[in-house]
Design a protein around this ligand. Sequence first.
Ligand code: FES
Ligand SMILES: [Fe+2]
Length: 356
Amino acid sequence: MTYLRNAWYVACWSDEVKKGEMFSRTLLEEPVVLYRLTDGTPVALQDRCPHRFIPLHLGSIKNDAIECCYHGLQFDCTGKCVLNPHGDGKIPTAARVRSYPVAERHGMVWIWMGDEKEDPALISDYAVLDQGSGYKTSRGKITIDANYELVAENLLDLSHAPFLHNGLLGSPEMTEAAPVVREEGSVLHVDRWMPNVSVPGTFDMLFRRDGQNVDAWQNMSWYPPACFMLDVGVQAPGESRDRGAWFYGVHILTPETARTTHYHFAAAFPPGGPELDEETNKRLGEMRRIAFDEQDKPILNAQQAAIGDEDFWDMKPVLLNVDAGPVRMRRKLAQLIAQEVARNTEKLPSAQTSGA
Ligand code: FES
Ligand SMILES: [Fe+2]
């Protein structure tokens, strides 16, 4: 599958890469091993020894380099082989693995898997997750057995909430809301405003706990290729949001394979919002986990299984008004990928492009 490669993806939560240990994960269909240098800097290397293709994460860390467990070649943080313990110790030029630029921000390790120069300024802004932001946060990670575009559609079309998450994150009257789609530079926003609807369980717990109707909003933003930020909340009908209850939902997708997706999520509750004791924060976290893990995930898995290897558009999906955001996202992503492929093709020597 062709991915947008010159972009930042989340490899993992920062604390998953522990000092002195290796952490392996498939990202964009490539095996990657992450570890930390003695000074704590994270490193990402191709997780495959070029000698006999053993995963490097099965080896050990020696002086900031990885030693392959099979015949002892060592690779430094740039992917260069720095030790061949055999014979005259000469190092073949082909003995190297790919090293990927990484950046650590907002409690996550970000990875750049393209050939163009990485730009840390392009990392999506999740400052609400930073320590000292004042936001109270909880987070999680699951793997979905579906292509990341299917998961992205799920996030950009929250009209499924009254059905799949009824009573938890959605309520029946929410089906009347039409999504408002707008683009702002490269960012796509899909906003839903739902006045005077019955209050979903999660928000009742967060807000007044009286079961009374509320005005609700779900404003989702998509930062290509796969980062999302949801501003979601409720207020008393006709009141202002300052007196309501809301939070940011962080949703970040990283393709693992064409049919599986790493899904990192978090909630960030604003300072000055309703008092959130540990117990309530834990219960809200559990409700969100149920929504993603026990409600969205099985449906997305079943959707992928039903689609199999068929092309989404070739299957001629029925389009509803709620699909405006997802369709825009698919087109934009396809356009970005096509532009990237065109840039790469231009760089190839003419012999290769002419098919000679
Ligand atoms: S397979 Fe890694 S050194 Fe031989
Ligand atoms: Fe959902």
